[in-house]
Design a protein around this ligand. Structure first.
Ligand SMILES: Cc1ncc(COP(=O)(O)O)c(C=O)c1O
Length: 420
């Protein structure tokens, strides 16, 4: 069952609008609501009532669009999906009006990743994987997909030559999956150049970009040549730390259909209430991202000259190797910063235990600032040798810069650093 009305509405009416207008209005007030509520209602229901037996039969046969059962579709969920079509579709949809952008919402970012893999990959397939991806994505591939004889080949996607070689050496590859910027060192890969290589060497490969760190405010992979975009909405898209959720967006109908089958059969669909919260948070995404980015820029420059800090990883610093590429590919440089303390692990631990205002927690993209230690927390499941090879040392600290007053964040960091 597919309610295309929401999606079409969002795409058609908001094509020429700016991103803030789309974030607030796209998909809202679509005529199907029974009463004209200003904010969209939460359809907190597991099932939907048919007018009569014939209508039920037509809905099941796919002859009519409408709602049957929330695992298969729900108006609150469809609203979020329509809004994301407008945001991720961006100029791609303008340049390619004949394509239909489709988004599917999930109960978590990992559900979006896993459903996309299961929908598109078959026994014996190969996936080319960015060498730095979220730990659970890596675990899913190396432990779960392996059982179904789906193999992975790792590649440093920031190195275009390596990408080209991997594609040539793996003619049976079906998918190239990567994140940019990566977690936690914020390595940036050139989506447009990678897409050109894939389209020239093996156009059958689907390019999947996990856009969680950037959000459609900073970067829209479909415009740059990717086939599929994935999000953990748990992060910036929701923005308030209230929900675990995910999204997949594509302009290929067959991809959408294959992944929708997985939702139907495995049931990774989100709860209407969670989706409502994500939609509420999404309305202020552009406002929040602007502040996340400007705060992070100021903090990265502060840390870069601090005597207790060895090295700062932030693509917005002019001496960062990805500065030029990030400037070209992204609207701004994001709200995530990692830094290496001179005193290594012990200093990192002292900073995390003593710092005020920054909450000691994993996850990211919330309105409040968070601090965490990748090697003992988010990346603890990565073997130490691999972690160190990837530049994630024991002294590395990651912060997700919130939207507080930057002077207060600097004061907290300064005080915290004076104690290490
Ligand atoms: C880049 C990235 N992708 C996917 C995920 C998984 O998302 P979730 O925790 O919502 O399942 C995360 C979670 O941190 C992430 O950082």
């Amino acid at each position: 069952m597919e309610d295309s009305k929401n999606n079409d509405y969002a795409e058609k009416f908001y094509l020429d609008c700016g991103i803030s207008t789309k974030a607030i209005h796209a998909g809202e007030h679509v005529g199907q609501f029974p009463v004209s509520s200003h904010t969209n209602p939460i359809y907190q229901t597991s099932t939907f009532v048919f007018k009569n037996a014939d209508e039920g039969a037509r809905l099941f046969a796919g002859e009519e669009s409408g709602y049957i059962y929330t695992r298969l579709g729900n108006p609150t969920v469809r609203l979020l999906e329509g809004k994301i079509n407008a945001l991720e579709g961006g100029d791609f949809k303008k340049a390619n009006p004949h394509f239909r952008i489709s988004t599917l919402a999930f109960s978590s970012g990992m559900s979006a990743v896993a459903s996309t893999f299961l929908g598109l990959l078959s026994y014996g397939d190969t996936i080319i994987l960015g060498n730095v991806v979220y730990g659970a994505t890596e675990h899913l591939i190396s432990n779960v997909l392996k059982k179904y004889n789906i193999n992975s080949v790792e590649v440093d996607t920031s190195n275009l030559q390596e990408v080209k070689s991997a594609i040539k050496e793996n003619p049976n590859a079906k998918m190239l999956f990567f994140e940019t910027p990566t977690n936690p060192l914020l390595v940036v890969s050139d989506i447009k150049s990678i897409s050109e290589i894939v389209k020239n060497v093996n156009p059958k490969i689907k390019i999947v970009v996990d856009n969680t760190f950037a959000t459609p405010y900073l970067q829209r992979p479909l415009e740059l040549g990717a086939d599929i975009v994935i999000h953990s909405t748990t992060k910036y898209i929701c923005g308030h730390g209230t929900v675990v959720g995910g999204l997949m967006t594509t302009y290929h109908d067959d991809v959408k259909d294959a992944v929708y089958m997985i939702i139907k059969d495995i049931g990774g669909s989100p709860s209407p209430f969670d989706t409502w919260l994500v939609n509420l948070g999404l309305k202020t995404l552009p406002l929040r991202m602007e502040k996340h980015c400007s705060n992070a820029n100021i903090i990265a420059n502060f840390l870069n000259t601090h005597p207790k800090v060895e090295k700062v990883y932030y693509p917005g610093l002019k001496d960062n190797p990805y500065y030029e590429l990030a400037k070209k590919q992204m609207k701004d440089f994001g709200g995530m910063i990692s830094f290496e303390l001179k005193g290594g692990y012990d200093s990192g631990k002292k900073l995390m235990d003593n710092i005020e205002l920054f909450t000691l927690a994993v996850s990211l993209g919330s309105v409040d600032s968070l601090i965490q230690h990748p090697s003992s927390m988010t990346h603890a499941c990565v073997p130490k040798e691999k972690r160190l090879k990837g530049g994630i040392s024991d002294g590395l600290v990651r912060i997700s810069v919130g939207v507080e007053d930057v002077e207060d964040l600097i004061r907290s960091l300064d005080k915290g650093l004076s104690l290490v």
